[in-house]
Each structure stands twice: as C-alpha cells, then as structure tokens.
Design a protein around this ligand. Structure first.
Ligand SMILES: CC(C)(COP(=O)(O)OP(=O)(O)OC[C@H]1O[C@@H](n2cnc3c(N)ncnc32)[C@H](O)[C@@H]1OP(=O)(O)O)[C@@H](O)C(=O)NCCC(=O)NCCS
Length: 171
C-alpha cells in the first residue's frame, strides 16, 4: 500500500502532519460528504453570481464510481488526524488528444474548512509521483470556466492552462 507523509505549513499554529495515501473503500462516506458539500457550494455560487443555476452538477456519487476510482490505484486521499480532508480521483488513459499515455484527473476537492493549507497541491504531487513511476509523461484535466480557485491551483502546480476549460501538465 503506497502512502507518504508530507509536512505542510499550518498557517495558524505550527505544522501539521498530512498523509497522502491511495483511496480505500472505507473512505466512501467521507468522499461523498466532501462531494455533496462541494456540489452545493457550486450551486450556491452560481445563484449568487447570476440568480440562476447555469451549470447543474450531480449532487452525489454512486458507489460504483468510487469502486472504479479505488481500482485505478492512482486516486488519493489526504488524511490528517485520521480524518479525510481531501480527495483526488484519477485514472490512467492510453491515448487522449495529442498525448500517448496520460493521467486523467477527474476530480479534486478539499474540505472547505481546510483549504489554502497546501492539501490540493499535495494531492497533485502524489498524482505526479504516480505518473513518474509509471512512465506517464502528462497529466490532464478540465476545469469549469468560472472556477478561479481551480485555475489558480493548476497554475501553481505548473499545469499549462490553455484556456479556461482544458489544462495539462508535462514533465
Ligand atoms: C481547488 C481546491 C481543490 C484547492 O485546494 P486547496 O487545498 O485549498 O489548495 P492549496 O492550498 O494546495 O492551494 C495551492 C495554491 O492554489 C491557489 N489557490 C487555491 N485556492 C485558491 C483560491 N480560493 N483563490 C486563489 N488561489 C487559490 C493558490 O495559488 C494556492 O497557493 P497559496 O495558498 O500559496 O496562494 C479547493 O479550493 C476546492 O476543493 N475547491 C472546490 C472544488 C473544486 O473546485 N475542485 C476543482 C475542480 S473539480
């Protein structure tokens, strides 16, 4: 079982120990909790911004979707004090666009109370490490046109954000 510890600066009080490890079946309820909260957050954001929902999103995940992402062996959970604070769902793809072998990042989310502590970047680093070990040269994802935090995160992780919808990283 792959896992590594990462010390991240806690902007409040010293340092916290963050474990990034592979996603497990037992993480399901925590992942769904984050997923539902993030979907609701996004719906609220849309209503506040324009008074309507212009991009309806799923409100929940199926167990079968999580089964799939556990089985890819490249989806990661961020754990602090035994609590799941963030998740990254990914799969390796044989061929996408101009890339021969890519790691497709389907979803990344961090619990709202624990953002801006480096957890998102730590999850992406785990995905990059996986890609390096498996001779996968590129990471690939998409982002919503209005998702500034996602765009900032990907730029900080040295992705090439070609436009607001498609982002890629090449080592
Ligand atoms: C996007 C998300 C995963 C970032 O997670 P995070 O743990 O807060 O990210 P990090 O702390 O690693 O941030 C790394 C960098 O990303 C950028 N960033 C992250 N959140 C940002 C925000 N709200 N505004 C501006 N820049 C932001 C910053 O450059 C940040 O570095 P800094 O804190 O030193 O300035 C998190 O905000 C989230 O879960 N959002 C809701 C779900 C979502 O939109 N997911 C992405 C699309 S599926």
């Amino acid at each position: 079982m792959q896992a590594f510890l990462r010390t991240i600066p806690d902007r409040g009080s010293g340092f916290e120990r963050l474990e990034i490890r592979l996603l497990r079946h037992r993480d399901y309820s925590s992942v769904r909790e984050i997923y539902k909260a993030v979907s609701n957050e996004y719906l609220q954001y849309q209503k506040q911004r324009t008074g309507e929902v212009y991009d309806p999103v799923r409100l929940d995940l199926d167990m079968s979707q999580l089964d799939f992402y556990v089985a890819t062996h490249c989806s990661f959970a961020a754990i602090e004090n035994e609590k799941l604070l963030g998740v990254l769902l990914a799969q390796a793809l044989r061929w996408v666009s101009d890339w021969d072998r890519v790691l497709w990042l389907e979803y990344i989310a961090v619990h709202s109370a624990h953002r801006r502590k480096g957890i998102g970047l730590a999850l992406i680093s785990a995905a990059k490490d996986f890609a390096r070990r498996h001779h996968i040269k590129s990471l690939f994802t998409t982002l919503n046109i209005d998702n500034e935090e996602s765009k900032s995160l990907l730029l900080k992780a040295k992705f090439d954000v070609k436009d607001w919808r498609i982002a890629s990283y090449s080592s």
